[in-house]
Design a binder for this molecule. Sequence first.
Ligand code: GDD
Ligand code: MN
Length: 389
Amino acid sequence: GALEVPSVPDPSLMTRSVYFSLVVPTYNEGKNIRQIVEILSRLLDQALPNDYELIVVDDDSPDRTWEIAQQLMSDYPQLRVMRRQTERGLSTAVIRGWQAATGQVLGVIDGDLQHPPEVLIQLLQTIDLGADLAVGSRHIEGGGTSDWGFVRRMLSRGAQLLGLIILPHVIGRVSDPMSGYFMVRRAAIAECLMQPFGYKILIEVLGRGNVREVAEVGYVFQERQEGESKVTWRQYVEYLLHLAKLRSRGRISRLKEKFPIARFLRFGLVGFSGVFVDMAVFYLLRAQLGLPIARSTILSAEVAVINNFFWNDLWTFIDVSRRQPGIRPRLKRFLKFNIICLAGIILQALLVSLLHDAFGVNEFASKLVAIAIVTFWNFWINLKLSWRV
Ligand code: GDD
Ligand code: MN
């Protein structure tokens, strides 16, 4: 699915905002995590005292990297740890970390010490000088790969060349598009829908962000001392698919995502089910229980609203509800849904009288048009307020 980083940090994070958020993605880095946290903290305590955060995003590593990281939190107050148990993959880990970040500048560094930490300072300076994106590069002056064999070098260069052919305007902007060591201004990627995929998150940032100025800083890719690389031939295939995906779609159409058709259809179907619930309950109250018509109308409408909320929360917007579990958030969504539906009924009445009385439209046609408009209204406002997609 598509993910995006908000333009302002999520207020519910309740943490104080900082200038710089550095994500450290890890998978089985138990032997490296202490050292990298220690080095990064020492460096950043100097450069940005109390104005940075380290966010370790671990995918439930079997070697319990997350646990070691959590234990370190008492010694390193700027450290935060995310343990992901349902999602996996390097690129989504980085975006998820950034989504939880409070910084204006968002960075990423490998958790295995292959990216020399000191380079962070230069990358930060580069951003200070006005760059939107500062990339650590192995292919400019000061950069290199310690002692890679011929085959590995060729594979890396071959992949880059292919990238240049398939996506020249993206890949051509940097000398080292495969780099996983960079930082970017939040504003340059905020609200850009990303479909993080595979290993190469930088390509996604370049391909879908609004990055104006790009700058590079050379670094030497260190040999891994502990643990092992997770790269296999699969990452090469994924890289090619990633390029193809970016090429064929370019930027994901904002309209399509901002007005999700599939969701709207589900919402419409749920609304349709509500009509039957409404009628059935109305019948029950009137014909069976003999309640007054006004009370029956209100009660049956409310039951329909409850029905619709139930299905929307469990089906139409299930992805969102899953992210905000618990009774309280659900109750909150329900109250909002209720108020919005109520406003929708009032809006419908206004529209019918406007169309019918002021424009002389046939009353049934007026009602039909009003229902259509209010369905859009209900969907749109609920999307934005109740489920906040
Ligand atoms: N959370 C999480 N989930 N982290 C992961 C995953 C994952 O599925 N897979 C890898 N990582 C973490 C590793 O623990 C490490 O900290 C970092 O991502 C890089 O993974 P490596 O397996 O060490 O990759 P590499 O050494 O081949 O590095 C290549 O990819 C890097 C990342 O894009 C090179 O191209 C580097 O330049 C690049 O920085
Ligand atoms: Mn590595």
